[in-house]
Ligand binder design. Structure first.
Ligand SMILES: Cc1cc2nc3c(=O)[nH]c(=O)nc-3n(C[C@H](O)[C@H](O)[C@H](O)COP(=O)(O)O)c2cc1C
Length: 309
Protein backbone atom coordinates (compact mmCIF):
# COMPACT_ATOMS: atom_id res chain seq x y z
CA UNK A 1 0.00 0.00 0.00
CA UNK A 2 2.78 2.34 0.99
CA UNK A 3 4.20 2.00 -2.49
CA UNK A 4 1.32 3.83 -4.21
CA UNK A 5 2.50 7.32 -5.15
CA UNK A 6 -0.47 9.57 -5.90
CA UNK A 7 1.57 12.74 -6.38
CA UNK A 8 1.39 14.61 -9.68
CA UNK A 9 3.72 17.21 -11.18
CA UNK A 10 2.06 19.84 -13.34
CA UNK A 11 4.55 22.35 -14.67
CA UNK A 12 6.49 23.65 -11.68
CA UNK A 13 3.75 22.68 -9.22
CA UNK A 14 3.59 19.41 -7.35
CA UNK A 15 0.22 18.13 -6.15
CA UNK A 16 -0.02 15.55 -3.34
CA UNK A 17 -2.65 13.70 -5.30
CA UNK A 18 -4.86 14.35 -8.35
CA UNK A 19 -8.04 15.28 -6.41
CA UNK A 20 -8.98 18.95 -6.73
CA UNK A 21 -12.23 20.45 -5.39
CA UNK A 22 -13.97 22.30 -8.23
CA UNK A 23 -14.88 25.97 -8.52
CA UNK A 24 -18.26 27.04 -7.20
CA UNK A 25 -18.80 23.86 -5.21
CA UNK A 26 -16.20 24.42 -2.48
CA UNK A 27 -16.73 28.10 -1.57
CA UNK A 28 -13.41 29.78 -0.85
CA UNK A 29 -12.18 26.56 0.75
CA UNK A 30 -12.51 28.03 4.25
CA UNK A 31 -16.18 27.01 4.52
CA UNK A 32 -15.07 23.36 4.26
CA UNK A 33 -12.08 23.53 6.60
CA UNK A 34 -14.05 22.20 9.61
CA UNK A 35 -15.22 19.17 7.61
CA UNK A 36 -12.29 18.37 5.32
CA UNK A 37 -8.56 18.27 6.04
CA UNK A 38 -7.68 20.71 3.25
CA UNK A 39 -4.02 19.73 3.46
CA UNK A 40 -4.92 16.19 2.35
CA UNK A 41 -6.38 17.34 -0.98
CA UNK A 42 -4.44 17.76 -4.20
CA UNK A 43 -5.79 21.31 -4.19
CA UNK A 44 -8.96 23.32 -4.68
CA UNK A 45 -10.32 26.05 -6.91
CA UNK A 46 -12.10 29.07 -5.45
CA UNK A 47 -15.54 30.31 -6.43
CA UNK A 48 -15.24 32.48 -9.57
CA UNK A 49 -13.84 35.94 -8.79
CA UNK A 50 -14.78 39.11 -10.64
CA UNK A 51 -13.56 42.72 -10.51
CA UNK A 52 -16.65 43.87 -8.59
CA UNK A 53 -18.71 41.88 -6.05
CA UNK A 54 -21.78 40.19 -7.60
CA UNK A 55 -25.01 39.54 -5.65
CA UNK A 56 -26.09 36.66 -7.90
CA UNK A 57 -29.33 35.30 -9.32
CA UNK A 58 -32.80 35.10 -7.72
CA UNK A 59 -33.79 31.92 -5.81
CA UNK A 60 -34.22 29.06 -6.37
CA UNK A 61 -30.64 28.74 -7.54
CA UNK A 62 -30.42 24.97 -7.79
CA UNK A 63 -32.77 22.14 -8.66
CA UNK A 64 -32.36 18.39 -8.86
CA UNK A 65 -32.54 16.57 -12.18
CA UNK A 66 -32.22 12.85 -12.95
CA UNK A 67 -28.57 11.95 -12.14
CA UNK A 68 -27.55 15.56 -11.75
CA UNK A 69 -28.49 19.10 -10.87
CA UNK A 70 -29.09 22.45 -12.47
CA UNK A 71 -27.65 25.64 -11.06
CA UNK A 72 -28.10 29.31 -11.79
CA UNK A 73 -26.04 31.02 -9.11
CA UNK A 74 -25.43 34.07 -11.25
CA UNK A 75 -21.70 34.07 -10.47
CA UNK A 76 -22.23 35.44 -6.96
CA UNK A 77 -18.91 36.32 -5.32
CA UNK A 78 -17.30 38.77 -2.93
CA UNK A 79 -15.17 40.40 -5.63
CA UNK A 80 -11.42 40.04 -6.03
CA UNK A 81 -10.45 42.82 -3.61
CA UNK A 82 -12.45 41.36 -0.71
CA UNK A 83 -11.08 37.91 -1.55
CA UNK A 84 -7.52 39.20 -1.22
CA UNK A 85 -8.24 41.11 1.99
CA UNK A 86 -10.65 38.78 3.79
CA UNK A 87 -10.12 35.23 2.51
CA UNK A 88 -6.48 34.92 1.44
CA UNK A 89 -4.90 35.65 4.84
CA UNK A 90 -6.78 32.66 6.34
CA UNK A 91 -6.04 30.48 3.30
CA UNK A 92 -2.31 31.10 3.62
CA UNK A 93 -2.32 29.02 6.83
CA UNK A 94 -3.00 25.87 4.78
CA UNK A 95 -0.41 23.90 2.89
CA UNK A 96 -2.45 23.19 -0.23
CA UNK A 97 -2.40 24.66 -3.76
CA UNK A 98 -5.25 27.15 -4.13
CA UNK A 99 -6.32 28.10 -7.64
CA UNK A 100 -8.24 31.33 -8.14
CA UNK A 101 -11.10 30.94 -10.62
CA UNK A 102 -11.32 34.17 -12.63
CA UNK A 103 -14.02 35.62 -14.87
CA UNK A 104 -15.18 38.90 -16.38
CA UNK A 105 -17.66 40.36 -18.83
CA UNK A 106 -14.96 41.73 -21.12
CA UNK A 107 -11.28 41.01 -21.69
CA UNK A 108 -10.14 43.97 -19.59
CA UNK A 109 -12.04 42.69 -16.55
CA UNK A 110 -10.30 39.30 -16.69
CA UNK A 111 -6.94 41.07 -16.91
CA UNK A 112 -7.75 43.40 -14.00
CA UNK A 113 -8.74 40.50 -11.73
CA UNK A 114 -5.48 38.72 -12.53
CA UNK A 115 -3.44 41.89 -11.93
CA UNK A 116 -4.99 42.30 -8.48
CA UNK A 117 -4.20 38.65 -7.65
CA UNK A 118 -0.65 38.94 -9.00
CA UNK A 119 0.11 41.43 -6.20
CA UNK A 120 -1.11 38.97 -3.54
CA UNK A 121 0.57 35.97 -1.91
CA UNK A 122 -1.00 32.57 -1.25
CA UNK A 123 -2.32 31.51 -4.66
CA UNK A 124 -0.82 28.67 -6.69
CA UNK A 125 -2.32 29.70 -10.03
CA UNK A 126 -5.31 30.87 -12.03
CA UNK A 127 -8.19 29.05 -13.66
CA UNK A 128 -9.96 31.20 -16.25
CA UNK A 129 -13.66 30.53 -16.59
CA UNK A 130 -14.28 31.39 -20.23
CA UNK A 131 -17.96 30.28 -20.21
CA UNK A 132 -18.96 33.92 -19.78
CA UNK A 133 -20.76 36.35 -22.05
CA UNK A 134 -18.64 39.16 -23.54
CA UNK A 135 -20.88 42.21 -23.14
CA UNK A 136 -18.73 44.11 -25.65
CA UNK A 137 -19.49 41.46 -28.28
CA UNK A 138 -23.26 41.23 -27.89
CA UNK A 139 -23.12 38.61 -25.13
CA UNK A 140 -21.34 35.98 -27.25
CA UNK A 141 -19.60 33.52 -24.90
CA UNK A 142 -15.79 33.81 -24.86
CA UNK A 143 -15.62 30.03 -24.65
CA UNK A 144 -17.66 29.33 -27.77
CA UNK A 145 -15.68 31.58 -30.12
CA UNK A 146 -12.14 30.43 -30.80
CA UNK A 147 -10.70 33.78 -31.92
CA UNK A 148 -12.21 35.63 -28.96
CA UNK A 149 -11.10 32.97 -26.46
CA UNK A 150 -7.57 32.95 -27.89
CA UNK A 151 -7.25 36.73 -27.72
CA UNK A 152 -8.45 36.76 -24.13
CA UNK A 153 -6.11 33.95 -23.05
CA UNK A 154 -3.20 35.76 -24.73
CA UNK A 155 -3.98 38.91 -22.73
CA UNK A 156 -4.43 36.93 -19.51
CA UNK A 157 -1.13 35.13 -20.13
CA UNK A 158 0.71 38.48 -20.25
CA UNK A 159 -0.96 39.61 -17.01
CA UNK A 160 -0.32 36.28 -15.22
CA UNK A 161 3.46 36.56 -15.28
CA UNK A 162 4.05 34.95 -11.89
CA UNK A 163 1.81 31.93 -11.96
CA UNK A 164 0.41 29.05 -14.02
CA UNK A 165 -2.67 29.78 -16.09
CA UNK A 166 -5.30 27.07 -16.55
CA UNK A 167 -8.19 27.67 -18.91
CA UNK A 168 -11.55 26.07 -18.17
CA UNK A 169 -13.34 25.26 -21.41
CA UNK A 170 -17.00 25.48 -22.19
CA UNK A 171 -18.44 22.12 -23.30
CA UNK A 172 -20.37 23.95 -26.04
CA UNK A 173 -17.81 23.92 -28.81
CA UNK A 174 -17.95 22.29 -32.18
CA UNK A 175 -14.37 20.99 -32.15
CA UNK A 176 -12.66 20.88 -28.76
CA UNK A 177 -9.37 19.82 -30.34
CA UNK A 178 -9.11 23.03 -32.40
CA UNK A 179 -10.02 25.19 -29.40
CA UNK A 180 -7.53 23.32 -27.18
CA UNK A 181 -4.69 23.82 -29.68
CA UNK A 182 -5.48 27.52 -30.08
CA UNK A 183 -5.37 28.11 -26.31
CA UNK A 184 -2.20 26.06 -25.89
CA UNK A 185 -0.59 28.28 -28.55
CA UNK A 186 -1.58 31.36 -26.52
CA UNK A 187 0.29 30.04 -23.49
CA UNK A 188 -2.30 28.14 -21.42
CA UNK A 189 -0.45 25.87 -18.97
CA UNK A 190 -3.35 23.39 -18.62
CA UNK A 191 -6.94 22.99 -19.80
CA UNK A 192 -9.81 22.26 -17.43
CA UNK A 193 -12.49 20.23 -19.24
CA UNK A 194 -15.25 21.26 -18.75
CA UNK A 195 -17.84 23.64 -17.33
CA UNK A 196 -21.56 22.89 -16.89
CA UNK A 197 -23.87 22.30 -19.87
CA UNK A 198 -26.48 24.99 -20.52
CA UNK A 199 -29.84 23.38 -19.74
CA UNK A 200 -33.27 24.04 -18.28
CA UNK A 201 -36.03 22.54 -16.15
CA UNK A 202 -39.65 23.71 -16.27
CA UNK A 203 -42.81 23.06 -14.32
CA UNK A 204 -45.46 22.54 -17.01
CA UNK A 205 -48.27 23.18 -14.49
CA UNK A 206 -47.16 26.74 -13.83
CA UNK A 207 -45.33 27.29 -17.10
CA UNK A 208 -42.34 28.51 -15.09
CA UNK A 209 -38.70 27.63 -14.75
CA UNK A 210 -37.73 25.51 -11.75
CA UNK A 211 -34.90 28.01 -11.24
CA UNK A 212 -35.01 31.74 -10.52
CA UNK A 213 -33.41 32.18 -13.96
CA UNK A 214 -34.88 30.72 -17.15
CA UNK A 215 -31.87 28.50 -17.77
CA UNK A 216 -28.97 27.06 -15.78
CA UNK A 217 -25.98 24.75 -15.98
CA UNK A 218 -26.26 20.95 -15.78
CA UNK A 219 -23.69 19.05 -13.70
CA UNK A 220 -23.29 15.71 -11.93
CA UNK A 221 -23.20 12.07 -13.15
CA UNK A 222 -25.57 12.93 -16.03
CA UNK A 223 -22.75 14.75 -17.84
CA UNK A 224 -19.89 12.32 -17.22
CA UNK A 225 -20.12 10.32 -20.47
CA UNK A 226 -20.14 13.57 -22.45
CA UNK A 227 -17.19 15.16 -20.65
CA UNK A 228 -15.26 11.89 -20.79
CA UNK A 229 -15.25 12.20 -24.58
CA UNK A 230 -14.31 15.88 -24.41
CA UNK A 231 -11.35 15.06 -22.14
CA UNK A 232 -10.16 12.36 -24.53
CA UNK A 233 -10.45 14.68 -27.58
CA UNK A 234 -8.57 17.45 -25.76
CA UNK A 235 -5.88 15.03 -24.55
CA UNK A 236 -5.22 13.88 -28.11
CA UNK A 237 -4.95 17.47 -29.38
CA UNK A 238 -2.41 19.07 -27.01
CA UNK A 239 0.76 18.50 -25.02
CA UNK A 240 -0.32 20.49 -21.94
CA UNK A 241 -2.05 18.64 -19.05
CA UNK A 242 -5.81 18.15 -18.96
CA UNK A 243 -7.68 18.75 -15.69
CA UNK A 244 -10.88 16.72 -16.02
CA UNK A 245 -14.24 17.08 -14.32
CA UNK A 246 -17.88 16.23 -14.70
CA UNK A 247 -19.89 13.89 -12.51
CA UNK A 248 -17.04 12.46 -10.45
CA UNK A 249 -18.37 10.63 -7.38
CA UNK A 250 -16.11 7.61 -6.94
CA UNK A 251 -12.47 6.57 -7.33
CA UNK A 252 -13.54 4.60 -10.35
CA UNK A 253 -14.81 7.83 -12.00
CA UNK A 254 -11.39 9.37 -11.30
CA UNK A 255 -9.62 6.41 -12.92
CA UNK A 256 -11.91 6.64 -15.97
CA UNK A 257 -10.82 10.25 -16.54
CA UNK A 258 -7.14 9.37 -16.01
CA UNK A 259 -7.50 6.51 -18.50
CA UNK A 260 -8.62 8.92 -21.23
CA UNK A 261 -5.76 11.30 -20.46
CA UNK A 262 -6.50 13.45 -17.39
CA UNK A 263 -3.59 14.52 -15.19
CA UNK A 264 -5.74 15.99 -12.40
CA UNK A 265 -9.43 15.41 -11.66
CA UNK A 266 -11.85 17.86 -10.05
CA UNK A 267 -14.86 17.06 -7.89
CA UNK A 268 -17.85 19.42 -8.09
CA UNK A 269 -21.50 18.52 -7.51
CA UNK A 270 -20.61 15.46 -5.39
CA UNK A 271 -19.55 17.86 -2.60
CA UNK A 272 -23.21 18.94 -2.30
CA UNK A 273 -24.35 15.44 -1.30
CA UNK A 274 -21.24 14.71 0.77
CA UNK A 275 -19.04 17.69 1.67
CA UNK A 276 -16.22 15.31 2.68
CA UNK A 277 -16.17 13.42 -0.64
CA UNK A 278 -12.93 15.00 -1.91
CA UNK A 279 -10.95 13.84 1.12
CA UNK A 280 -12.53 10.38 1.00
CA UNK A 281 -11.68 10.05 -2.69
CA UNK A 282 -7.99 10.49 -1.88
CA UNK A 283 -8.12 7.40 0.37
CA UNK A 284 -10.31 5.43 -2.05
CA UNK A 285 -7.96 6.28 -4.91
CA UNK A 286 -5.02 4.75 -3.10
CA UNK A 287 -6.97 1.46 -2.80
CA UNK A 288 -8.14 1.69 -6.41
CA UNK A 289 -4.55 2.12 -7.66
CA UNK A 290 -3.50 -0.87 -5.62
CA UNK A 291 -6.29 -2.97 -7.12
CA UNK A 292 -5.35 -1.79 -10.61
CA UNK A 293 -1.75 -2.84 -9.83
CA UNK A 294 -0.62 0.68 -10.63
CA UNK A 295 1.79 2.54 -8.42
CA UNK A 296 1.72 5.97 -9.96
CA UNK A 297 -0.50 8.02 -12.22
CA UNK A 298 1.68 7.87 -15.30
CA UNK A 299 1.11 4.10 -15.46
CA UNK A 300 -2.61 4.72 -16.03
CA UNK A 301 -2.79 8.07 -17.81
CA UNK A 302 -4.01 7.91 -21.41
CA UNK A 303 -4.13 4.10 -21.48
CA UNK A 304 -7.38 4.18 -23.43
CA UNK A 305 -7.16 1.91 -26.46
CA UNK A 306 -9.11 2.50 -29.62
CA UNK A 307 -8.48 -0.88 -31.26
CA UNK A 308 -11.51 -3.11 -31.47
CA UNK A 309 -11.21 -6.57 -29.92
C1 LIG B 1 -23.41 25.53 -7.81
C2 LIG B 1 -22.30 25.55 -8.82
C3 LIG B 1 -21.52 26.70 -8.96
C4 LIG B 1 -20.48 26.75 -9.92
N1 LIG B 1 -19.72 27.89 -10.03
C5 LIG B 1 -18.66 27.89 -10.90
C6 LIG B 1 -17.79 29.04 -10.99
O1 LIG B 1 -17.94 30.04 -10.28
N2 LIG B 1 -16.78 29.00 -11.90
C7 LIG B 1 -16.55 27.89 -12.70
O2 LIG B 1 -15.62 27.89 -13.50
N3 LIG B 1 -17.35 26.80 -12.61
C8 LIG B 1 -18.38 26.77 -11.73
N4 LIG B 1 -19.17 25.65 -11.64
C9 LIG B 1 -18.91 24.48 -12.52
C10 LIG B 1 -18.15 23.37 -11.78
O3 LIG B 1 -16.89 23.81 -11.32
C11 LIG B 1 -17.98 22.15 -12.71
O4 LIG B 1 -17.30 22.55 -13.88
C12 LIG B 1 -19.29 21.49 -13.10
O5 LIG B 1 -20.22 21.50 -12.05
C13 LIG B 1 -19.10 20.03 -13.59
O6 LIG B 1 -18.52 19.21 -12.60
P1 LIG B 1 -19.41 18.28 -11.60
O7 LIG B 1 -20.30 17.45 -12.46
O8 LIG B 1 -18.41 17.48 -10.82
O9 LIG B 1 -20.17 19.23 -10.76
C14 LIG B 1 -20.23 25.60 -10.72
C15 LIG B 1 -21.01 24.45 -10.55
C16 LIG B 1 -22.03 24.40 -9.62
C17 LIG B 1 -22.84 23.13 -9.48
Amino acid sequence: MADVDLSVAVGRLRFRNPIIAASGTFGYGLEFAHLVDLNKLGGFVTKGLSREPIAGAPAPRVCETPAGMLNAIGLQNVGVQAFVEQKLPALRKFDVPVFANVFGYCQEEYVEVIRTLEDAEGIAGYELNISCPNVKRGGLQFGSDQAMAAEMVGAARKAAARRPLWVKLSPLIADIGLMARALEAEGADALTVANTFPAMAVDHRTGRSRLGNSTGGLSGPAIKPITLRLVWEAFKAVQIPIVALGGVETASDVLDYITVGATLVQVGTASFTDPTVSERLVDDLRDAFFEAKAFNISQLRGRFRTEIG
